[in-house]
Write a protein that binds this ligand. Structure first.
Ligand SMILES: Cc1ncc(COP(=O)(O)O)c(C=O)c1O
Length: 385
């Protein structure tokens, strides 16, 4: 199969090897869930009313919006606001997409051909490997070490590389472990990519949610001229419903190929979403700070909870993001999660959904207000009350 045919094949036949990790986002699921989904929807989302109130002319601008086709690369003001998040990327090097998900799909289809090899930081968000597999690419997992705070080992990456390795996919801050690399690690990985001629695709959609802002490593597109950084508004900004994500790269050939591919997916973005996204980014500080405040308070609660149950769980405090991946020390995670949801309505995501290697762990989201209530129910379940 030639490359264009393979890409068409990937677009229609992208196989899921496991059930989707993210929950369906229907109108009903935005209403109060019947269960306390600690393992699901780990965010508090921002209402449109709050967003428009950030600027006195916000509502007026939305009412007056022209609803024709928008600019294919993204609106100039939005691209400008996104570029301001980077040190060495300018607006012309930002390509706006319909959510990070479209950006992942398009990037993989542009960068990969059947027979290529890709290394993916694991455990991982499903589409970071499955789109590549759908194209006919061999995927190897580069596993974080649970015993060492989910750290990655560069010498292990070197062992995984083959002459066919085109891409190394990383996710910093990491979903689901909350791992955050040091700046030195990012530079060392960048140097390896030049030495072995692979490209780094860095999923940075959780960027901005570092618990200690001083620990934030540089974005990959800032560090390496061939790398591609993925960003979006769904996580730190709580604006998943806008469906705005982006790719940032200083590689002009890659940018042109990505731009051409997007002509066959969404072509251009939703005008209201672009307007609201630019508005949100102009007020990034307070929006992110509000979510970080909730995350910090919830994390303190989780610290206390897991300390009290250290005989049953191995807890590693995440360094960033709103998701953690503790391990169950006794019993089977699938059975624990199934029994828990049946008896209490608290839903945790078993690590087996990330692959058998991660079967001892489970995902906990702590970006929502209902965490204290869910923890109370969990506590009552454990103590048999
Ligand atoms: C690591 C990671 N990358 C990408 C995405 C997709 O983000 P979006 O909802 O903006 O498409 C998600 C969503 O959960 C994610 O967790």
């Amino acid at each position: 199969m030639g490359a264009p045919a393979a890409r068409r094949h990937a677009r229609t036949n992208c196989r899921r090897t496991t059930e989707p990790i993210s929950e369906p986002r229907t109108a009903e699921t935005t209403a109060a869930p019947p269960t306390l989904g600690l393992g699901q929807r780990p965010f508090r989302f921002t209402p449109n009313r709050r967003l428009l109130a950030l600027e006195p002319t916000g509502r007026e601008a939305l009412d007056a919006l022209w609803l024709g086709y928008t600019e294919a690369h993204g609106s100039p003001s939005l691209r400008q606001a996104i570029a301001a998040l980077y040190d060495h990327v300018d607006a012309a090097q930002v390509l706006v997409h319909a959510g990070a998900e479209e950006a992942i799909f398009n990037f993989m289809n542009v960068a990969l051909s059947p027979g290529d090899h890709v290394v993916v930081h694991a455990p991982h968000y499903q589409s970071l490997s499955e789109v590549a597999r759908g194209i006919g690419v061999e995927v190897s997992d580069w596993r974080g070490d649970a015993e060492r705070g989910w750290e990655l080992d560069l010498s292990e990456l070197e062992r995984l590389l083959t002459p066919r390795t085109r891409l190394v996919v990383v996710n910093f801050p990491h979903n689901p472990t909350g791992f955050l690399p040091t700046t030195a690690f990012v530079h060392a990985l960048s140097a390896l990519s030049d030495q072995h001629d692979f490209v780094v695709f860095a999923d940075e959609v959780y960027r901005g949610l570092e618990l200690e802002p001083a620990t934030r490593p540089p974005a990959f597109a800032d560090v390496n001229a061939r790398a591609v950084s993925l960003g979006g508004l769904s996580k730190a900004y709580g604006l998943a419903g806008l469906r705005i994500g982006w790719l940032a790269t200083r590689d002009p050939r890659r940018f042109a190929a990505l731009s051409a591919f997007k002509d066959y997916t969404t072509l251009c973005n939703s005008a209201p979403s672009e307007l609201l996204a630019a508005l949100a980014l102009r007020h990034a500080g307070p929006l992110v700070e509000r979510n970080l405040g909730l995350i910090r308070a919830n994390l303190d609660r989780l610290d206390r909870f897991f300390e009290a149950h250290r005989d049953l769980f191995a807890w590693h405090r995440p360094q960033a993001g709103s998701i953690a991946f503790p391990r169950l020390l006794r019993g089977k995670v699938d059975e624990f999660c199934a029994d828990l949801v049946a008896k209490t309505g608290v839903l945790l995501l078993p690590g087996t959904l990330y692959g058998e290697d991660f079967g001892g762990a489970f995902r906990v989201g702590f970006g929502r207000k209902n965490l204290p209530e869910a923890l109370e129910r969990l506590e009552a379940y454990l103590t048999g009350r």
